[in-house]
Design a protein around this ligand. Structure first.
Ligand code: GUN
Length: 299
């Protein structure tokens, strides 16, 4: 059997960022200001610092304004809430993202809940979550939206397909299931307590792996020809003589590529899409905030 098609998230993300850049330019002409994204990082987690720096760079490259708030790890709850309130009230800010996880002494949910729903480009507030569950327009979490975009790009209509989502996180698993349901898939959410997980996954035309366990999904779990989206980013222990371990997904790529019809690699699959969708959500929020019309379904 031939190898699966490799779904290139980098190329896809570049295309999406190109569309966002065009919309950002026309938004600036129509509104007289740039669309703006504020990112808040508390503490000095190195991986989060890299993400935040990347987000800022790509925001500016797309012709939008980037506001970075880098706060020390000991920042208090009241101070953080006050910053979110200021960003909510700032007309130059269309989108607010508070990088997660926050340090343990902070109440993450209370901080996220404080973000105005119309600036919630991460789609994590109760209002955004509720709107997604009700099928109403709103802002949707970036990673699952990026996965659905890649799936539709490859498969066209997803209607009637069997989709198995492995993982039930608020950031990926749950919104992913809602989005696939909206596309008329038959959706199963599997998790750590699911009985006979390999058998459940074998039914799927679409497999979304979002558990955070390196190479957990094996080749013989995959139905021949299925489309596999790997959301996992896991670092293996370093090989002798190397400083850093390899990045791998939740799917055993070398096995799955022999069985699947198409598969996203790690790195270079879902990861690059997430920031591109964040920029997409920001330009969508900006148009809504200025009451400018935009064909949202076309991006
Ligand atoms: N940390 C890792 N992924 C994300 C994300 O999509 N949004 C936020 N806010 N924090 C994250």
């Amino acid at each position: 059997m031939s190898q699966a098609e490799r779904i290139d998230g980098k190329v896809f993300a570049e295309g999406l960022r190109g569309q966002v850049a065009e919309l950002a330019a026309s938004f600036e002409q129509r509104s007289g200001r740039k669309a703006g994204l504020a990112v808040v990082l508390v503490g000095d987690d190195p991986a989060s610092q890299v993400y935040v720096r990347n987000k800022g760079k790509k925001t500016i490259e797309c012709g939008m304004a980037s506001f970075e708030h880098l706060l020390p790890a000991e920042t208090g709850q009241d101070e953080l809430i006050a910053l979110v309130d200021n960003l909510n009230a700032d007309p130059a800010v269309d989108g607010i993202l508070v990088q997660l996880p926050l340090p343990d002494h902070l109440d993450e949910q209370a901080v996220v809940d404080r973000i105005s729903a119309n600036k919630d480009v991460d789609g994590l507030t109760p209002v955004s979550t509720g709107r997604l569950a009700l099928g109403l327009p709103g802002l949707v979490p970036c990673t699952p939206l990026g996965c659905v975009m890649m799936l539709k790009n490859r498969l066209g209509s997803l209607s009637g397909l069997d989709a198995v989502v492995i993982g039930r996180s608020i950031l990926v698993g749950k919104p992913m299931a809602q989005l696939l349901l909206k596309e008329s898939c038959t959706v199963t959410i599997a998790h750590s307590r699911t009985k006979d997980l390999p058998e459940v996954v074998r039914r799927a035309d679409i497999v979304i792996a979002a558990v955070g366990r390196a190479k957990m999904v094996k080749g013989d779990w995959i139905k021949p020809g299925a489309t596999v989206i790997d959301v996992g980013i896991n670092r293996l222990p370093p090989e002798p003589g190397k400083e850093k371990g390899k990045l791998v997904g939740d799917v055993d790529y070398s096995e799955a590529v022999e069985v699947a019809g198409a598969i996203t690699p790690v790195p270079g699959g879902v990861g690059p899409m997430t920031i591109a969708v964040l920029l997409r959500n920001t330009i969508v929020a900006a148009h809504r905030n200025e009451a400018l019309d935009l064909a949202e379904d076309s991006i």
